[in-house]
Design a protein around this ligand. Structure first.
Ligand code: MF3
Ligand code: CO
Ligand code: CO
Length: 257
């Protein structure tokens, strides 16, 4: 499948939808406290996105019932907001996708509920670092497999974490999920060559234990097979003439260095 090259106008629209998606994470952070339900976080994000003149892309996407994904502790991704209360020590991924003026922007990050364990802190740090190691591989003429190679070499080979293979990053633009597929475990020097104007996500899911997952009976929630913690971080990236632009950065968000 051909990978779309965005025009200047398309890129401006990508910037706007991605800026909005990132701003939702900025907005919601102070609400992630002990006692809040994931449904309440869903409601707040939904209101914010609709007020901004956009649509919360997950809602009704292949039947997904809510406006954001809330993945707590052993949940890898696609957790469904519910009347579950967050407790001190929980870690949660909030995954926000917006549709604005016909274009999708997609990002997620980890949030902590009160004081968390050292194991959880390290996992979150490794996950964010691995995302940025993948991002550093983006540039015109480079191969898409180098992204997953960098992520796996660090989190998997070097540190022994489980790098989830069942879910990938994806091309994004006028569609939520399109070509190319961006694996988080790949071989260096393989895959498509990146070109300026391509936009895709990188969104590694990193597990303390096994990389294997199971899907709950709700058809969505992916959990670790061993019940150990999982973390994820996601950005939407634009390939530029000389390298990359991370379209979903936000104030207070993680950057390496
Ligand atoms: N935002 C997720 C991603 O990063 C996809 C969520 S699809 C949903 O690709 F239906 F679960 F919302
Ligand atoms: Co995504
Ligand atoms: Co996402």
């Amino acid at each position: 499948m051909a990978v779309e090259i965005k025009s200047k106008r398309d890129i401006e629209k990508m910037r706007a939808t991605c800026r909005l998606a990132a701003s939702v994470l900025e907005y919601i952070e102070p609400f992630v406290v002990p006692g809040v339900t994931t449904e309440e976080l869903n409601r707040l994000c939904h209101e914010y996105i609709v007020k901004a003149g956009a649509y919360p892309s997950p809602l009704d996407y292949h039947g997904f019932p809510k406006s954001i994904c809330t993945s707590v502790n052993e949940v890898i991704c696609h957790g469904i907001p519910e009347e579950r209360v967050l407790n001190e020590g929980d870690i949660i991924n909030l995954d926000i996708t917006t549709t604005l003026d016909g274009f999708f922007g997609d990002c997620s990050d980890m949030f902590t509920v009160g004081e968390i364990s050292d194991e959880a802190k390290t996992l979150i740090d490794v996950t964010r670092r691995s995302l940025w190691l993948g991002i550093a591989e983006v540039g015109p003429g480079k191969r898409i497999g180098d992204i997953g190679a960098a992520i796996y070499d660090y989190a998997g080979r070097k540190l022994g974490y489980g790098v989830v293979e069942a879910f990938c990053g994806h091309g994004i633009g006028r569609q939520f999920h399109t070509a190319p597929q961006v694996s988080h475990r790949a071989k260096r020097g393989t895959g498509l060559r990146m070109k300026p104007g391509m936009t895709f996500t990188i969104e590694p899911m990193i597990n303390v234990g096994t990389h294997e997952c199971d899907i709950l009976d709700d058809g969505w929630t992916a959990i670790t097979r061993d019940g150990k913690l999982s973390a994820q971080a996601e950005h939407t990236i634009l390939v530029t003439d000389h390298g990359y632009d991370v379209l979903t950065t936000r104030k207070g968000g993680y950057t390496p260095g």
